[in-house]
Write a new protein. Structure first.
Length: 143
């Protein structure tokens, strides 16, 4: 029995884009979820073939809906329901943001002390602490 429509917050939770449905709902309410360039509400029905943009600073993930599901599935089954079409340039931005903290050190200061290292780790964790994604699959991006 294939469904024709599913709420977007349920689908994003079921496909492990977000760890909880509440987080998925909050992301919609904060205008971080877009379908075909339009911000959506959590109750918006989702259809097969639509493109979802999930904005998570500093990058925007992009997924194509392959199939609909309401119940949470195992991580190995996720590729049957969505295709990650996030451009490689977005992942490059993420990598640059991660290493940016080490570039800004003044010349001649050497390695950071333990205290500076912990402060840097705390800062980068807090900046990207909103890491609600729970998926773990290979990148299949298009430029």
């Amino acid at each position: 029995m294939a469904k024709e429509e599913v709420r977007i917050d349920k689908w994003m939770w079921a496909t492990r884009i977000f760890k909880t449905r509440t987080i998925a709902t909050d992301a919609c309410k904060k205008n971080r979820i877009m379908i075909n360039g339009v911000n959506v509400k959590p109750s918006r029905p989702l259809k097969v073939g639509e493109i979802i943009d999930v904005r998570k600073p500093p990058i925007t993930y992009r997924f194509e809906v392959l199939a609909l599901i309401e119940n949470r599935i195992g991580a190995k089954l996720v590729p049957n329901y969505l295709k990650n079409i996030t451009p490689k340039s977005q992942y490059d931005l993420l990598e640059m943001a991660k290493i940016n903290g080490f570039i800004d050190r003044q010349k001649g200061l050497g390695r950071p002390t333990k205290k500076e290292g912990r402060a840097l780790a705390d800062f980068t964790e807090s900046a990207y602490d909103d890491d609600d994604f729970d998926f773990d699959f290979d990148f299949e991006g298009n430029d």
